[in-house]
Design a protein around this ligand. Structure first.
Ligand SMILES: Cc1cc2nc3c(=O)[nH]c(=O)nc-3n(C[C@H](O)[C@H](O)[C@H](O)COP(=O)(O)OP(=O)(O)OC[C@H]3O[C@@H](n4cnc5c(N)ncnc54)[C@H](O)[C@@H]3O)c2cc1C
Length: 432
């Protein structure tokens, strides 16, 4: 990551912050941050506005694909005995003698409902945690506030393939990033209070805000027509129960137990997801004597795809399966040691690209249905591959092909295919 410096005044402040970052990363750090001259900064990030640039600070960070990580976690859980139900929502809590003893659920695709009995019910519904708590007690005080963050995706020429840009100060005193992501440039993010909704629509003024800042730091022209996709997410921020000022929000997590026994885990971040899960499960095991107390060992379980993964195996895959290098790199990074499973399906006739100009394969649609619990076209287009998040138009064009492949796997009739196409259109139009 390059932070451009147009004045020497902020150098000590920014540099001290990044050195602290290095210190916290310790031996796990990817590399040490350092000051770099003007020409090195421009070499690293050639799109930067050159006039008045004094120097840059270079630091290192990691990135991931959050949807793939969630899928990988869920699949790993099944290997250890978990039973998953996709597109199934809790509609009611079942109580006996004032204590929660299970949930009523409904399959949102078939409309079929059924009860699930359980000794403990954990509410881990992110921004929807308060809605779930209200099923337990309609008068319960909220513990969350949602904060909306939008991202704008530009094509790959707006960021070098391995370097991002940190815009150190926005007009409202925040930082912004322009990051290389899946062959594109990801610009984000905003941080605004928002209502909780399942598919938030990115506000137009937030899109303008992001582009305005990019323009200030770029010598390259950036216009609305360069936008490939825009989407929005909700951060579940919890009130700090220890704070005297109840308006204080925290990015840490909180575990709450209601009088009837609903355990809510709320807040947190992706960075702390495993610790959140460990704290919640440990609490439930101790409190409800669910089994012998053992120390948590999820920090030692390789996630699905990670067990025998060799980083840099893209060229080998390209040679083995005759793939273009962008496809091989993407499949290797995305599926890890399961890349050959995708290749096997591709070899049976579905090896073509799902969308022109993107490395995603038709074979992934079938793989997602067979091995990754994909139930809807949008599961494949936005959460197993990131196509909808990267390129709205390409997604629109790819949707009929993806629906046909899913229909053949799942035996969908014409009306189901039409329903899926309509849903794709709605999501791309309103908000993913
Ligand atoms: C713009 C943005 C940038 C971010 N950047 C970072 C970052 O850089 N680093 C970081 O660590 N974190 C980051 N985060 C935070 C991180 O993404 C969130 O903390 C995380 O996604 C929350 O996960 P969750 O599982 O709690 O909630 P979610 O991912 O929202 O999952 C909740 C799930 O519950 C389901 N659900 C809701 N109601 C019901 C019901 N009644 N029955 C069944 N299921 C239900 C929903 O369908 C959903 O799948 C960012 C967030 C945003 C929005």
């Amino acid at each position: 990551m390059v932070t451009p410096l147009y004045s020497w005044a902020r150098v000590p402040y920014i540099f001290a912050g990044l050195k602290l970052y290095d210190l916290l990363a310790g031996s796990h750090g990817i590399g040490h941050s350092r000051l770099m001259g003007r020409s090195s900064a421009l070499e690293r990030f050639p799109m930067l506005h050159a006039e008045g640039l004094k120097a840059g600070v270079l630091y290192y960070d990691g990135q991931f694909n959050d949807a793939r990580m969630a899928v990988s976690l869920a699949l790993t859980a099944t290997q250890h005995g978990a039973v998953l139900a996709n597109h199934v929502g809790v509609t009611e809590l079942i109580k006996s003698g004032g204590r929660i003893s299970g949930v009523s659920v409904k399959d949102s695709i078939t409309g079929v409902g059924w009860p699930i009995h359980a000794r403990v019910v954990v509410n881990a519904t992110g921004p929807f945690a308060d809605a779930t708590r209200k099923l337990d007690d309609p008068d319960v005080r909220p513990m969350l506030k949602a904060s909306e963050g939008i991202h704008v995706v530009l094509d790959g020429r707006f960021a070098p393939p391995d370097t991002g840009l940190l815009i150190p100060r926005t007009e409202d005193g925040r930082v912004l990033f322009v990051l290389p992501w899946e062959g594109h440039a990801l610009v984000g993010t905003t941080d605004e209070p928002a209502e909780v909704s399942e598919h938030p629509r990115p506000p137009k003024e937030d899109v303008s805000y992001l582009l305005r800042h990019v323009r200030r730091y770029f010598d390259l022209q950036v216009t609305e027509s360069d936008i490939k996709a825009v989407w929005s997410g909700l951060r579940p921020l919890v009130f700090d129960p220890g704070a005297s000022d109840t308006a204080r929000l925290t990015r840490d997590h909180v575990i709450e137990e209601s009088r009837s026994g609903l355990l809510t885990i709320a807040g947190g971040k992706w960075t702390t997801y495993r610790k959140m899960a460990e704290d919640t499960v440990d609490y439930a095991v101790r409190r409800y004597h669910l089994g012998p107390a053992r120390s948590c060992w999820t920090d030692r379980i390789p996630l699905v795809g990670g067990g025998a993964y060799e980083s840099g195996s893209g060229p080998k895959l390209a040679e083995r399966h005759g793939w273009d290098s962008d496809v091989a790199q993407y499949v290797s990074r995305t599926y890890g040691d399961r890349a050959d499973d995708v290749a096997q399906i591709a070899a049976q006739g579905d090896g073509g690209r799902l969308a022109q100009g993107h490395p995603f394969l038709k074979a992934e649609v079938i793989h997602a249905v067979r091995y990754e619990f994909a139930e809807r076209a949008m599961d494949v287009l936005a959460r197993r591959t990131p196509l909808a998040l990267l390129d709205t138009e390409a997604c629109r064009r790819a949707a009929p092909g993806a629906v046909d492949l899913m229909a053949a796997e799942k035996g969908w009739d014409d009306s189901r295919c039409a329903e899926e196409m309509q849903m794709v259109e709605e999501r791309l139009e309103v908000g993913i």
